[in-house]
Ligand binder design. Structure first.
Ligand SMILES: Nc1nc2c(ncn2[C@@H]2O[C@H](COP(=O)(O)OP(=O)(O)O)[C@@H](O)[C@H]2O)c(=O)[nH]1
Ligand SMILES: [Mg+2]
Length: 257
């Protein structure tokens, strides 16, 4: 059975992206989706100091036709990418949530490929994989290593073979958010979401995507320490589940005895 896709909520977390946010918004609106789908764009800024909010307003005044499809959430205090995403999810009304980073590392021309699998009602989560067809060009060695370790740790801890755990392109049915709670504030959104989705028995589908890496000088905020925090979160989510199961079994035994 083929299921039509309704609204796609594109969530864009931005922190100090004044130079790029206008261009990414332009690309987001230019991009094709899939037949029958329409888009809603939710931009979440928390405490940017470089004029990002002004750049968003400028885009909207130059493209009044898009304004009705854009929600802008701003906060004065910086809480991190995870907190921004969770704020965005609360504002989203679409059937499908698509996370779009506010830089130019990921290309909205991949939307049709990312959305097509949802025609199958069995598919709940799709990741765009940077490693599907081998190693991406120009990724820094340390980044590459961190990504490979994270993906390998996911396989070992959760038993599901995916090729790119930390990808920015994570797309899922909004209903998935009702199946587990998220507590992340920073970059640990990725391991928390992956771990909890896998524990909920959800199979993560992957499609190949394009990737154009940027460096710290170009505004990248993630650091090597975030890779360590991500591995910690993969292990934490898993161990909390194992511990929770053990406690439940112990309680059941005590009630029976
Ligand atoms: N709202 C918000 N967005 C953030 C924060 N940190 C990073 N981002 C955004 O998250 C996206 C990914 O950040 P980036 O540094 O490129 O990390 P990477 O692509 O995961 O390596 C970009 O759009 C950033 O602007 C934050 O503290 N708050
Ligand atoms: Mg990025």
């Amino acid at each position: 059975m083929i299921q039509p896709i309704g609204r796609v909520s594109i969530i864009i977390p931005v922190y100090n992206e004044a130079l790029l946010i206008g261009e990414i918004l332009r690309r987001v609106f230019l991009a094709e989706l899939v037949d029958g789908a329409d888009r809603e764009v939710v931009v979440v800024d928390d405490g940017s100091t470089d004029g990002t909010v002004g750049a968003i307003q400028q885009f909207l005044s130059e493209h009044p036709g898009h304004a009705a499809a854009v929600k802008v959430h701003t906060g004065l205090v910086n809480h991190g990418k995870g907190a921004a995403l969770r704020a965005g999810f609360r504002l989203a009304t679409g059937d499908i949530i698509l996370i779009q980073d506010g830089d130019l590392e990921y290309s909205p021309t991949d939307y049709p490929a990312l959305l097509a699998p949802f025609a199958d009602p069995q598919v709940d989560v799709v990741y765009g994989s940077r490693f599907y067809n081998g190693l991406p060009k120009d990724m820094r060695k340390l980044n590459l290593l961190a990504n490979l370790i994270l993906t390998y740790s996911t396989r070992v801890l959760y038993g599901q073979r995916i090729s790119d755990e930390a990808t920015g392109y994570k797309v899922f049915r909004r209903a998935v958010l009702g199946r587990f709670e998220l507590a992340c504030r920073g970059f640990e959104f990725c391991p928390e979401f992956t771990g909890k989705a896998m524990l909920a028995g959800i199979r993560i589908h992957e499609v190949p995507i394009h990737y154009n890496p940027r460096g710290i000088l170009e505004g990248k905020k993630i650091r090597a320490t975030d890779g360590l925090v991500a591995i910690y979160w993969l292990a934490k989510v898993k161990s909390e589940a194992v511990w929770g199961d053990a406690k439940a079994t112990w309680k059941r035994r005590r009630t029976v005895a």
